[in-house]
Design a protein around this ligand. Structure first.
Ligand code: HAM
Length: 423
């Protein structure tokens, strides 16, 4: 019997992993330049952490968590990073050390969704959370940072959707207004929306079901229910984005699928063909009540998470160029040991080096060097060792030079630097 990876969970192999690394290095550099520091939290948390923060009536908590029980403790594989990060912030009393905290994380998340392109059961998020800044300038900076990062990754078609659902008062007011509109039309609604009408009516707004869309025609807008403070926050955010030249659209239907949001919401959509229906490449927003509700300080928070697989689908095809490498082909047992030493010296100088100690003919070794894309190949056998030299072949130039063993490392370094194209 052959084992297979678990449904909806993928291996990422060399050849593909280079694009992941490119994403990760751009992500890390961008967020670190903006003052974020990395945190790493466990993949398993108490199940109730997500029930309390992500929300009991969210799809994620209702039916998508991978759960397990151990010694009477109910645990869940994290379906998102925000609750774990908030828990860590509270547990370590980070608020006592600094007025504003900026954290980022990268890693796998788990949701038992129906897998399809761009939707997996183990997927990866790259996210940021800011604690202690009530915005809206922080909100605008985050959205602008993301827009710039995606452009650097070659994703130029991202549409930035922004919205606000206000604080608890605005939300309660809107809930009443929406119920007043939908209750007389409830027979028109899908079964799912009928249930939502009771527990979480705002989620009906982003339903894709035509029956729900029809019932929503003429429904009041969330923005019209905002309290003056919430409205001012949203207007300031929009003004800052306009001043920065970051294009955005106000999306009256954007409510996001998690319960904790307050005020600012945003989502970036890409129209890249590869993505299909799963076109939300990142989502985020403000969640000013979470820390307090988890037993921490009453501090405002905002954050986002990018779906790494989806960003990769939206990025242009092709791999970043590999760094130039050197291949060492020893012929015979004596040469193999010298080759190992040479390889160590070259790597010490930062040169990517493969040593092929399997033996074999010069022809097959050169073929292997070519397949690996090596720019320089070092050949050494007994004759070379006796003379204290190495044959240095610059493969693309079809040139061979005999170089003394003591000079070979610097010679290779110079040859690779000379040959190095744009990265
Ligand atoms: P979310 O919208 O649930 O938000 O997920 C963020 C992003 O993760 C989505 O836009 C999507 O790109 C990606 N994603 C979600 N589910 C899957 C899946 N099954 N397969 C592949 N990609 C997926 C959050 O998780 C919040 N924690 C974001 C946040 C941070 N809000 C405040 N701080």
């Amino acid at each position: 019997m052959q084992f297979r990876a678990v449904k909806g969970m993928n291996d990422i192999l060399p050849g593909e992993v280079e694009r992941w690394q490119r994403f990760e290095s751009v992500f890390r550099r961008t967020v670190e330049l903006c003052g974020y520091s990395e945190i790493r939290t466990p993949l398993l948390e108490a199940r109730d952490l997500f029930v309390r923060s992500t929300g009991e009536t969210t799809e994620i908590v209702e039916k998508q968590m991978f759960e397990l029980e151990r010694s009477g403790e109910r645990l869940a594989l994290r379906p998102e990073g925000t609750p774990s990060s908030a828990r860590a912030f509270i547990n370590h009393s980070v608020h006592a050390r600094e007025p504003v905290t900026r954290w980022y994380y990268l890693g796998p998340m788990f949701r038992a969704e129906q897998p399809q392109r761009g939707r997996y059961r183990q997927f990866h998020q790259a996210g940021c959370e800011v604690y202690g800044d009530a915005g809206p300038i922080a909100d605008a900076e985050m959205i602008d940072m993301l827009y710039g990062m995606l452009a650097e990754l070659g994703v130029h078609d991202a549409a930035v959707h922004v919205h606000s659902i206000g604080g608890p008062e605005s939300r309660a007011r809107y809930r009443e207004a929406l119920l007043a509109h939908l209750t007389p039309r409830q027979e028109q609604l899908s079964d799912h929306a009928k249930r939502r009408l009771l527990d979480n009516p705002l989620r009906i707004l982003d339903s894709k079901d035509p029956r729900d869309k029809a019932a929503l025609e003429g429904a009041p807008l969330v923005l019209d229910s905002l309290e003056p403070d919430d409205r001012a926050h949203f207007e300031r955010l929009c003004a800052a984005l306009t001043a920065l030249g970051t294009p955005y659209v106000i999306d009256n239907k954007l409510v996001r699928g998690l319960d904790y949001y307050t005020r600012t919401l945003f989502e970036f959509m890409s129209s890249a063909g590869q993505l299909g229906a799963q076109n939300a490449i990142l989502g985020g927003g403000r969640y000013d009540g979470m820390l307090k509700s988890l037993g921490g300080q009453d501090l405002p928070s905002i954050g986002f998470a990018m779906g790494v697989e989806r960003v990769l689908l939206a990025m242009p095809e092709g791999l970043p160029p590999r760094p130039p490498r050197c291949f060492i082909a020893p012929i015979g047992a004596r040469a193999a040991e010298t080759a190992l030493r040479l390889g160590r010296d070259l790597r010490g100088l930062g040169v990517h080096t493969d040593v092929d100690g399997r033996g074999g003919s010069l022809k097959s070794l050169l073929r292997r060097a070519d397949a690996l894309g090596a720019k320089v190949c070092l050949v050494l056998g007994d004759a070379e060792l006796d003379k204290g030299v190495v044959q240095v072949k610059q493969l693309a130039l079809h040139q061979t030079a005999e170089v003394s063993l003591s000079d070979v490392a610097s010679h290779v370094q110079a040859a690779l630097a000379q040959d190095e194209g744009p990265r």
